[in-house]
Design a protein around this ligand. Structure first.
Ligand code: ZN
Length: 480
């Protein structure tokens, strides 16, 4: 196995679009999906004489991201021109940061080592830059179209140390990083919309060797699992090449998802001579130390800390907390329900049960969901104090989803409050027994397992309002 004779060494470069309403250096909208070339102006079209002005919000979000990843913020950073020619880059250069980036250092914990220590992936640097436009090759036969809506959209690039040793490790790093950025609320982190993109640097070496092998760069992966598969394919290619006496050449490769293979990029990017120099149209970015301290103080609770707190505060198992943490909105919703109802376990069951099922079925968004946390908490309380049975609660919830009305009102309006009154339950039991004479006879004759079936009939007849405990008791007395 090549896996025993070679070690995989991976570093990742992650481009993340910052959640701003306007672009990095002009006032154009960053809306995704606008008609081509409509979100443009002289600055992002690179018309002569147009001058960039830094978007303050972009700098703020980039700083927050860097702080959340434990980076050291450099009080002075410098924008630089990264020169290259590409049809969707009308300026002929990209504004980026080079030798004086916004932030350096930092780390992401992706799990535990065999001896129980934190498994950390180092972050080399985090810098700000702008996005290029988009070339569209498949829309018009024989022609390439250019859409400059993305041109000038603010990005951060997060460069990891070559600390990753497996494709699974790369996947874990990306998933953890994505969740941190999500909880920091700095980006949509949507790979589908291109607001999170990954380039992977990979080399191989015999285990124990400290010197790094020659690396290749793999691009064009559109999901985290594609990154993992691309790394496996490139690892195999490099080890086979070395085993057969060849040498790995430094080059850029594109992942081909349909062929499950990598192929050399057609564009010549080998030399990487970007002739960086400081951007003369922008002054160095000087951050106010007080504002950076303020940002550090106001940093949102990070996923690891929140996971531990939720588990403790609401007495929920780790796997369940992970489900609730899927998005910050879901975690917020759960916590609001759990706090208002004082019952973490019930809140978990409802949020991961009815709430997510309803959202999935309707393709709905939690932020627009009609049942607000306080209303769901009220429903939980009605169930706990016995006013509404568990079965009826599901019907109450369905009506709440439709109408947005409070639980108590729905229960009253729909006549779904639980009936513990023996007279009503007894008559439902009688009706069921006479409507199902065969089952009734067998049950009376001692076939106890039919009790569940009969209880089900009674519950159905009562539209979920009968107290199942009383129904069971009454049936038992009938069986004598
Ligand atoms: Zn513009």
């Amino acid at each position: 196995m090549s896996r025993d004779r070679y070690e995989m060494v991976v570093g990742l470069e992650v481009h993340v679009q910052l959640r701003t309403r306007s672009k990095a250096f002009c006032g154009c909208s960053t809306d995704f999906g606008a008609p081509p070339n409509t979100n443009t102006c002289p600055v992002c079209l690179a018309l002569p004489g147009a001058l960039p002005v830094l978007n303050e919000r972009a700098a703020e979000l980039a700083t927050r991201a860097a702080l959340g990843l434990g980076c050291k913020i450099n009080p002075v950073s410098v924008f630089a021109r990264k020169n290259y020619f590409y049809p969707d880059l009308p300026k002929g250069y990209q504004i980026s940061q080079f030798d004086q980036p916004l932030a350096t250092g930092g780390s992401v914990v992706i799990g535990k080592t065999a001896d129980g220590k934190d498994l950390q992936i180092g972050i080399t640097r985090l810098h700000m830059e702008e996005d290029a436009g988009k070339s569209i090759h498949d829309r018009y036969p024989g022609a390439t179209a250019i859409d400059l809506n993305r041109s000038g959209v603010p990005l951060i690039e997060i460069v990891s140390e070559p600390d990753i040793r497996s494709s699974a490790g790369a996947g874990a790093y990306l998933r953890t990083l994505k969740q941190i950025l999500q909880y920091l609320d700095v980006s949509d982190v949507s790979m589908e919309e291109g607001s999170l993109r990954v380039d992977a640097n990979i080399s191989v070496r015999p285990p124990g060797q400290t010197k790094l092998g020659t690396k290749t760069e793999v691009k064009n992966m559109n999901s985290f699992s594609a990154v993992e598969r691309a790394l496996e394919a490139e690892f195999e290619r490099q080890t086979r090449l070395i085993d057969s006496g060849g040498k790995v050449e430094q080059q850029t490769l594109l992942w081909d998802a349909t062929q499950e293979t990598v192929r050399p990029s057609r564009t010549k990017e080998g030399s990487h001579d970007y002739r960086y120099f400081p951007e003369p149209d922008l002054r160095p970015l000087v951050l106010d130390v007080k504002r950076v301290e303020e940002a550090q103080k106001n940093l949102p609770e990070l996923p690891d800390a929140r996971r531990m707190r939720i588990a403790q505060e609401y007495e929920i198992a780790a796997v369940e907390v992970d489900q609730l943490m899927a998005t910050p909105a879901l975690a917020d919703y759960f916590e609001a329900v759990a706090r208002a109802s004082g019952d973490g376990k019930a809140a978990y069951n409802w949020v991961m049960g009815e709430v997510t099922a309803t959202l999935r079925a309707t393709g709905g968004d939690l932020s627009l969901f009609r049942v607000r946390p306080a209303d769901l908490a009220q429903l939980l309380n009605l169930v706990r104090d016995g006013t509404v049975s568990h079965t009826a609660a599901k019907r109450v919830f369905a009506v709440m989803v439709e109408t947005g009305k409070p639980a108590a009102q729905v229960a009253a309006d729909e006549g779904l409050s639980q009936v513990g009154d023996d007279g009503a339950i007894a008559s439902w039991v009688d009706e069921v027994l006479s409507e199902h004479p065969e089952e009734a006879k067998r049950y009376m004759a001692g076939e106890k397992k039919l009790q569940g079936v009969l209880v089900g009939f009674v519950m159905k007849k009562s539209k979920g309002r009968a107290d199942p405990k009383r129904v069971n008791q009454l049936l038992s007395t009938r069986a004598g």
